[in-house]
Structures are given as structure tokens and as C-alpha cells.
Write a new protein. Structure first.
Length: 158
């Protein structure tokens, strides 16, 4: 039976990638509310969100507390194992090299991100960091994801 996805206004969402990216955007907003860089992530398995995460680097005083790392840890705990085969990560901004390495070790099946990160993204610095079988999808709700981060840094600069 196909899974139905609903957007915030309760209308039926036809694109699961957009639905799950909206969920990641909600996590990013939670990060922003804590004065963290607003990046959010969710991990999906069999059409269900099994883990959520957002940046906590300032809150935890931990440079490794990226949204993806939080979500990877939560998903592994949920599944009871370190491999995220048959799972998809949705993250609002392209993962950094550290996160891409962790995703590679997890053998996650798909990585879906919104906005590219030309300064720190893995595509530029370590394009082979993910597992060879991992599918990469980029540009999902890119404008919304990018706008959130740009707004945060503009506010920080003023």
C-alpha cells in the first residue's frame, strides 16, 4: 500500500523527497531557534522517519555535533546496528567531508540534500567519501534551504 504524505497545510504531498525535506527544514528551524547554524536532517526507512537531527555544535560545544551526525546516531540506535542500508538521509545543506565520511561508513542508500555548500561541501573536497552504491540527489527545495542559512548569517553579521 503506498504511503500518503501531507504538507503543513494538510494537502496531499505528491513528492516524497519534498515532504521529507520539509521535515528536515523543520529541524533546521529548531537549530536556528537555538542560535545554531540552521541545518536539519531526517533519516527515512521504509517510508517512515526513524531519526531526526539538527546542528548542536554550540549547544554541546562539540564541532562534530552536526545535524547529520545526530541523525546517524539516532538511526543506528533505532535500528540496533551501525549500517543504514535501505535508509535515506534528507539534509537541508550538502554534508561536509566529516559527515560524508560517516555516511559512507554507515552504507546509507541515499543522500538527499537541498542547498549545495561550495565552501565546505563533500562534493568539492571528497566526492568519493560516500559508499559507492549510495545514490545522491541534490537541489530538493534548494531555495528554501539556502534562504534559511543565508538569513541566519545575515542576522549574525548585523
Amino acid at each position: 500500500m503506498p504511503i500518503s504524505y501531507y504538507s503543513e497545510d494538510n494537502s496531499k504531498e505528491t513528492n516524497p523527497d519534498e515532504y521529507f525535506m520539509r521535515q528536515a527544514l523543520m529541524e533546521a528551524q529548531r537549530a536556528g531557534e537555538r542560535d545554531e547554524v540552521p541545518i536539519g536532517a531526517v533519516i527515512v526507512c521504509q517510508g517512515r522517519i526513524i531519526a531526526r537531527g539538527h546542528n548542536l555544535t554550540e549547544t554541546l560545544t562539540d564541532v562534530t555535533a552536526h545535524a547529520e551526525m545526530q541523525a546517524i546516531t539516532a538511526a543506528a540506535q533505532f535500528l540496533g546496528g551501525k549500517y543504514l542500508i535501505d535508509c535515506s538521509l534528507y539534509v537541508t545543506v550538502e554534508p561536509c567531508v566529516m559527515c560524508a565520511g560517516a555516511l559512507g561508513w554507515s552504507q546509507i542508500s541515499r543522500v538527499v540534500y537541498g542547498a549545495s555548500d561550495e565552501k565546505r561541501g563533500f562534493v568539492r573536497f571528497a566526492p568519493n567519501a560516500l559508499h559507492p552504491k549510495t545514490e545522491i540527489v541534490s537541489g530538493i527545495l534548494e531555495a528554501d534551504c539556502s534562504k534559511l542559512v543565508k538569513k541566519f548569517f545575515k542576522r549574525k553579521r548585523n
